[in-house]
Design a protein around this ligand. Structure first.
Ligand code: GCW
Length: 676
């Protein structure tokens, strides 16, 4: 049955064996590592499935062989056959139709075995997409070093903001039983270049750092290692008190430092290639260095010193804001972190969400990008759709992420995109990276829905190349997931490409944000105005009154706009130039404010809600037209989910309009259907 378990690695049978299909596969190596073994077994699985029989493994290179080789495997290839470090770096690869010993072959070669594995997945992706595998001359290398999933998984298997079942990490049965699913997890991640995973929730307590759990962590790490994936853990800042019985967790206290050093050394005994720590500190009630009057840099550097001798890193999150702080929440991270630029240890990365608020359907890019030239900034994206309809709403996030990555920060003049900051080009960062908050769980389809698999996929592809096109990625995913037929690929890609804007339209158009139900963040609740915490209250964000709506972030208001580089700040601060889709993020305007198209703000707002529903209706019709061309299991699930999405788009529109009307007393614009 097609239950989605295979993800994009379905390797559907090809109609025809491609002319250039290899006849055998050879690892031209004296040392076939577990990583090369993994590559060979993937080739065997994929060729059995796509070509009808597994490629024969051979010890010698014959005509039309697929040849794998790396600088690390004791290769038997002639000098000069391998790509240089300059060409491919430590993780890149080449795919080449070439000749070895006079025989035509396809060469997949790299500096490292992980590079070969990535090359194999690229090669199989081409074959699975129905693309040519002849005349290959491909060089690819990742533009970022650290490409991580961040699981928000608790040890009791509840996944914070998870909508696809329980955590796949089965702590209770580990380490004695190691679920084979972890191997499939590793395959899927390696296929899109992900090379790290942080196993535990940033809000977790410190239990995972105790020996019984480290043994379990080691068992997971052993499965992931051959696939080039390192394990990372969240480090609760108060662990020295909770686990170590110390009276303080002050990062400048020598006993605290010694505790972390010993703990870290212990972790490396279990997991010799442990990647390092991910930390949420002094944010949403989590402990941190500020509890002792120390800065984020002092806190991060203490942990960085502990992992440095082992080659580890610290990923310190910049998602900090506090209710006691009167400053506009979206300004707080910048205010706190910019003065610390230059103070972080060399092996610290500061991890910054794509926008300054919190994974909304649309936000401007985070003003920290471009503002910390001395500190490697990673970007954190949310794959799980906390604010975009959980798993039942179809929203392809590739377009959201592309919008952020291609945004121009102007930090080093025009053209300093967020991508160029993240990939280190703008400021020559020693470390670079991208983290994606995982949407993976125990559901058969892993992600909660078939289309949410595309978000996992797109995250990995963009982490490899932050300049990649969201549409190309969508196409690639559709070909491997659903069909190679061009009409079907076009249809499904079109659905995906408009899906996120539909969500923006029916939930939070024109720059509105955070109007979701309190706590769970599902469905509309713009009317909540007294939560006891202003910054978790929708009114804080929309500021709707009889006179108007929107958050004034110009110099007349919170002046958050001033955190952006000059040209951007100017563009967004002025009503003449601010884009419509960020209008109410930066400005408070009257309901009868005249929009560029001549309509009033109120008319425009209502039109957006209705357009969101109309787009979902188009998506439904387009999907329905594929009936009979997609297997019934997946077809029906998507159909049912789209129906839920349609009902809920209507719910969002009607509830939002009714609420705004209760404030502005305006009639519905002409031609608009009244809420029931
Ligand atoms: O989006 C918010 C979520 C919290 C999350 C927090 C964070 C892990 O509602 O569930 O906690 O962000 O990113 O730390």
């Amino acid at each position: 049955a097609e239950d989605g378990y295979e993800l994009w690695l379905r390797y559907e049978r090809l109609d025809q064996v491609p002319k250039a299909a290899p006849h055998s596969v050879v690892a031209a190596c004296s040392d076939v590592s577990p990583t090369l073994d993994a590559a060979l077994s993937e080739i065997s699985r994929a060729s059995a499935s796509m070509l009808g029989q597994p490629l024969k493994q051979s010890g010698k290179i014959s005509r039309n062989a697929l040849v794998l080789a790396s600088g690390a495997c004791g290769t038997s290839l002639p000098d000069g056959a391998l790509p240089t470090v300059d060409q491919v770096g430590p993780e890149g690869y080449v795919l080449q139709s070439t000749r070895i010993n006079g025989k035509p072959v396809t060469l997949i070669a790299a500096q490292s075995d992980a590079g070969v594995l990535y090359g194999v997945f690229d090669y199989l992706r081409r074959m699975s997409s129905g693309d040519a595998v002849a005349d290959l001359d491909v060089t690819s290398r990742p533009k970022t070093k650290l490409r991580l999933l961040n699981h928000w998984d608790n040890l009791d298997r509840h996944v914070e903001r998870g909508y696809s079942g329980q955590s796949i990490w089965d702590w209770h049965r580990l380490p004695g039983y190691v679920d084979p699913r972890y191997t499939d997890y590793a395959r899927a991640n390696a296929s899109i270049g992900i090379n790290g995973t942080s196993l535990t929730n940033v809000n977790s307590d410190a239990t995972v750092l105790t020996p019984p759990y480290l043994e379990k962590v080691a068992a997971i790490a052993n499965v992931l290692r051959p696939y080039g994936i390192k394990v990372y853990l969240t480090a609760r800042f108060s662990a020295p008190m909770e686990l170590g019985g110390l009276p303080t967790a002050d990062p400048l206290d020598p006993a605290v430092q010694a505790w972390w050093q010993a703990k870290t050394d212990e972790i490396y005994d279990y997991v010799p290639d442990f990647g390092g720590f991910l930390v949420k500190a002094n944010s949403e009630g989590q402990p941190g260095p500020q509890d002792y009057g120390r800065s984020h840099a002092e806190g991060a550097n203490m942990l960085a010193r502990a992992v440095a001798p082992h080659g580890g890193v610290v990923m310190w999150r910049a998602f900090v804001y506090s209710a006691e702080e009167p400053e506009d929440r979206v300004k707080q991270a910048y205010t706190e972190f910019v003065p610390l630029d230059g103070q972080f240890a060399d092996n610290v990365l500061v991890q910054v969400k794509n926008g300054p608020l919190d994974f909304q359907p649309r936000e401007p890019f985070h003003p920290l990008f471009g503002a910390m030239p001395e500190t490697p900034l990673m970007i954190e994206l949310q794959i799980t759709k906390e604010y975009l309809g959980f798993s039942t709403h179809l929203a392809y996030l590739g377009t959201l992420w592309e919008e952020v990555l291609s945004a121009d920060t102007h930090a080093e003049g025009e053209g300093t995109t967020v991508a160029s900051v993240v990939d280190g080009e703008a400021h020559d960062y020693a470390y670079t990276g991208m983290a994606g908050v995982s949407n993976i769980g125990t559901d058969r389809n892993w992600a909660g829905s078939i289309f949410d698999q595309a978000n996992w996929y797109a995250f990995g592809r963009l982490a490899w190349n932050p300049d990649a096109s969201a549409e190309d990625i969508a196409r690639e995913w559709v070909k491997q997931t659903f069909s190679r037929k061009p009409e079907i690929v076009n249809e499904i890609t079109a659905i995906m490409m408009k899906s996120r804007e539909a969500v923006v339209d029916y939930m939070t158009p024109l720059g509105l944000t955070h109007l979701m139900g309190t706590g769970h963040h599902y469905g509309p609740a713009p009317w909540v105005d007294d939560l006891g915490r202003a910054d978790w209250t929708p009114y804080y964000y929309h500021k709707a009154t009889r006179d108007g709506i929107g958050f004034d972030r110009t110099e007349n208001g919170s002046d958050a706009v001033d955190q952006y580089a000059g040209p951007i700040a100017q563009e967004w601060a002025s009503l003449d130039t601010v884009p419509d889709n960020l209008l109410l993020w930066f400005h408070h305007v009257p309901w009868d404010y005249e929009m560029r198209d001549g309509s009033t703000l109120w008319q425009s707002l209502v039109a957006h809600y209705s357009r969101g529903i109309a787009t979902v209706e188009e998506m439904q019709a387009e999907w329905a037209s594929l009936k009979g061309q997609i297997d019934p299991e997946r077809f029906n699930q998507v159909t049912d989910y789209l129906k839920i999405q349609h009902e809920e788009a209507q719910w969002w529109r009607d509830a939002s309009i009714a609420y705004w009307q209760s404030i502005n007393d305006l009639p519905l614009p002409e031609g608009e259907a009244p809420p029931p």
